[in-house]
Design a protein around this ligand. Structure first.
Ligand code: SF4
Ligand code: SF4
Length: 75
């Protein structure tokens, strides 16, 4: 993984086929990290503020939020 790829890496991904754009993950994130993006699928707008707390995946009614591994060097 190149340095540039690490900087752009987002450790939370969203299954666009499952997501119903309910915005719960955006509203419940305690760090205000997420925003709805194109086609109503969320993305990490302020990923540096993420605490990796798992609230977004816990609250999602469609199980569409996936927390990936966080590379050690970018935390
Ligand atoms: S893991 Fe926590 S802080 Fe990070 S985006 Fe999800 S709810 Fe927000
Ligand atoms: S809570 Fe789940 S279904 Fe709702 S907008 Fe977020 S990812 Fe999509």
């Amino acid at each position: 993984m190149s340095k540039n790829t690490k900087r752009n890496y987002q450790w939370i991904s969203f299954d666009k086929d499952k997501c119903i754009s309910c915005k719960k993950c955006v509203d419940y994130c305690p760090r205000d990290v997420l925003r709805l993006g194109e086609h109503g699928v969320p993305f990490m707008k302020y990923k540096d503020d993420c605490w990796y707390c798992d609230v977004c995946s816990y609250i999602c009614p469609k199980n569409a939020v996936i927390l990936e591994e966080v590379p050690y060097l970018i935390k």
